[in-house]
Design a protein around this ligand. Sequence first.
Ligand code: XIL
Length: 398
Amino acid sequence: MSQVKTLSRRDCLLFGLGTVVGIGLHSAKEAMSQSLLVSELSRSRSITPEMAIALESETQSLKQRAAAKGLFFGAAARHRDLLSSQSLANSYIRECSVLVPEWELKWAAGDLPLRPNLDRFDFTRSDEMLRFARANGLSLRGHALVWHLSNPRWLRETLNPSNAEQLLTSHIRTVAAHFAGQIHSWDVVNEAIEVPDGRSDGLRNSLWLESLGEAYIDLAFRLTAQVDSRALRVYNDYGLQYATSSHESKRKAALKLMERLIVSGTPVQAFGIQSHLRAGETRFDAERLRRFLKDLADLGLKILITELDVSDQNVPANPSVRDRLVADAYREYLDVVLDEPAVIGVVTWGLSDRHTWLSGDKPREDGLPVRPLPLDENLERKPAWWAIAQAFDNAPLR
Ligand code: XIL
């Protein structure tokens, strides 16, 4: 094996490159492209071309590592965070090939709804996110056309069996059509399964189910296919990855639902596994997860990891211990998931600990800020970043 291949990050540091590596990686020098940096370095007398190549591989972003295996890497962001900080925006541009609006394509999330009333749609923020994505070479992933949460009050108050089909149809015909040809993939239906709701088919008693029955799922996929045939059509859900009885039941219900849809000709093309993980969770069974992925793949579905993050709510306070446990969870999970050839990409639910829904949803009892994402609050790479990077590096080529 050549020296180039055996050079590790530690080796680079030992060779005295540490300070040089440092200047290339962080926001102050973001303007300097990696390849420029590498060619600069290889011109320097003290650095051999082999060392420069090793350095280049050290500095590769997550999107580059994913792409080297035929995968994509992306992250979710809120308009107000992304477009108010150039350094945060630069991190998305550097690391991601896919951007997911965390709020802006839901019917209503945050203070500015996409559909403020029955007759009006407001694409201001989502259009700006699309413009940002396109200007910087990212694709936009759509989340979500149908969900039981983040709905405007007017919808919850007016939806009934006689207007539901018309409301869903006008929504998808307007929103999916507005972005037709420009969306990487749509979460057409989000979180339709809730086993404890007591139905034998495992479907959630949502506002859509109550007014349209289970036909709302088929309708949503058909409408999306009609207006944007190019976006990959995804069914997306959570609570599927652990060896607990609730996750086991949900996996079963999910497979049954996918089978029913496919048999009846519903144009679903992919399954999104949200993947909100927990650091320190021991109920992880690689074989059961592999089986689930294989079962989905056998149905002809592509698989996306759509909302990956790792809650550090219940692990020790020490930041380096926490970061290690979070990184371990990323690595253990991705090693299994990326082994399945039907998996086409990974999206994290946020990119930097500076902005994460978990600070509100799963805060720590000791009040310390949570650290669930690949970059820390100063946009520096954490052990979680390296865990994802190594999982991509080890993944089989698609
Ligand atoms: C979350 C957002 O991150 C929060 O900011 C918002 O308040 C609620 O929704 N599953 C999903 C996502 O499909 O849309 C959710 O996003 C997280 C869980």
